[in-house]
Design a protein around this ligand. Structure first.
Ligand SMILES: [Zn+2]
Length: 294
C-alpha cells in the first residue's frame, strides 16, 4: 500500500514537471516567434493601446465671430471647396454625378491634393526607413470596382458605388514584395500606420472596428481627409464614422490652429481673421468648414 502511494506521488510529480516543461517550451517558442514577427508584435500593441479623447474643444475664438451668408463665404478667395470629408461606406454611397479632377501617378489616378500629401509622406518614409512606398491602387472606375469586388469579396472590397476608391481619395499602398497584410512586416508599413495622420491620411479600416466600418482591417488602405482631421482621428484611435459622431452640428470646435464647424445652415458664424478655409460636404447632409487661423 505504501509502495503504491509512493509510485502515485512520483507519477504525479513526473506529470507536473512535464507540464511545466511544456509550458516553458511554448512560452519560449511564442517569444521567439514574436521576436521574429514585427507584424504580430505591432498588432498586439495596437490592441493594448489606450487612446486619449479627441483633441476637440467647443470654444469661441478670442477675436470673435462674424455672421456671413453661405454664398458670400464660398466666394471668399480664402475659401476652397474640397471633397476631403465625404463619408463613403455601405450606407453612404458615392454621390450621384461625383466627378473628381484626377491627376496620374505612374498609372495610378488620384486627386492632386492626395498625390501631394502622399509624395511628402513617401519622402519621409524613404529618409527614415530606406524604402519607398508604392501605390497599388488609387482611383477606380465603377467597372474596375465591380471587378475588384467580385475577385476579393465584400469584406475586402466595397461594392460598386460604395467605394472610396471611386472618389480618388483612397490609396492602397505597399513596399516592394510586401503588399496586403504583409505591409505590416516592414518598418515602413508600421511607420505609415502610426504616423500617416501627420500627412492628412487615416487608416480607414482599423483593426477590430469592422462593425462600424463594415470592412476588415486593411493596414494598406489610406484615406485622405486632410489636416487637422487626420491627426485628430489617428491620435484618438477613431474611425471616420466615430469622428463624425463627435462633431455636433452647429458647434464650433478648436483644435490647434484650426476651428471646425459642421453645419447645414445658410448663414454661418465664422472666426474673425481666419487665414484659410476648406469646405467639404460630409455626405450626411452637412458641410464641414475647417478654418485655419495661422
Ligand atoms: Zn483600398
Amino acid at each position: 500500500m505504501k509502495n503504491r502511494w509512493r509510485r502515485c506521488r512520483r507519477s504525479r510529480r513526473f506529470w507536473l514537471i512535464s507540464a511545466l516543461c511544456l509550458l516553458l517550451c511554448m512560452l519560449l517558442a511564442g517569444g521567439a516567434l514574436l521576436a521574429l514577427r514585427g507584424d504580430w508584435r505591432y498588432r498586439i500593441g495596437l490592441r493594448l493601446r489606450r487612446y486619449p479623447a479627441p483633441e476637440l474643444t467647443a470654444q469661441q475664438p478670442q477675436d470673435g465671430l462674424t455672421e456671413v451668408g453661405l454664398e458670400e463665404l464660398l466666394s471668399d478667395p480664402r475659401v476652397s471647396v474640397t471633397a476631403d470629408l465625404l463619408l463613403i461606406n455601405g450606407s453612404h454611397p458615392v454621390p450621384d454625378g461625383f466627378s473628381p479632377g484626377l491627376t496620374d501617378e505612374g498609372g495610378c489616378p488620384m486627386l492632386p491634393s492626395v498625390l501631394e500629401a502622399f509624395r511628402t509622406m513617401n519622402e519621409v518614409v524613404r529618409e527614415l526607413t530606406g524604402t519607398r512606398l508604392y501605390v497599388l491602387s488609387g482611383w477606380r472606375s465603377a467597372a474596375e470596382q465591380e471587378q475588384e469586388w467580385l475577385e476579393s469579396g465584400e469584406k475586402l472590397a466595397a461594392k460598386p458605388g460604395y467605394s472610396e476608391h471611386q472618389t480618388g481619395m483612397a490609396l492602397d499602398v505597399c513596399v516592394v514584395g510586401y503588399g496586403g497584410m504583409s505591409f505590416l512586416k516592414t518598418e515602413a508599413g508600421r511607420w505609415v500606420n502610426d504616423r500617416c495622420g501627420d500627412y492628412g491620411f487615416i487608416i480607414r479600416y482599423p483593426d477590430g472596428r469592422e462593425e462600424e466600418t463594415g470592412m476588415s482591417y486593411e493596414p494598406w488602405h489610406l484615406r485622405y481627409v486632410g489636416e487637422p482631421h487626420a491627426r485628430i482621428i489617428m491620435e484618438s484611435g477613431l474611425t471616420l464614422e466615430d469622428y463624425f459622431a463627435h462633431l455636433t452640428p452647429d458647434t464650433l470646435y478648436a483644435s490647434g490652429e484650426y476651428y471646425i464647424l459642421r453645419t447645414a445652415a445658410q448663414t454661418l458664424s465664422v472666426p474673425n481673421g481666419f487665414a484659410g478655409c476648406t469646405v467639404s460636404e460630409d455626405n450626411c447632409g452637412y458641410r464641414i468648414f475647417t478654418f485655419r487661423m495661422g
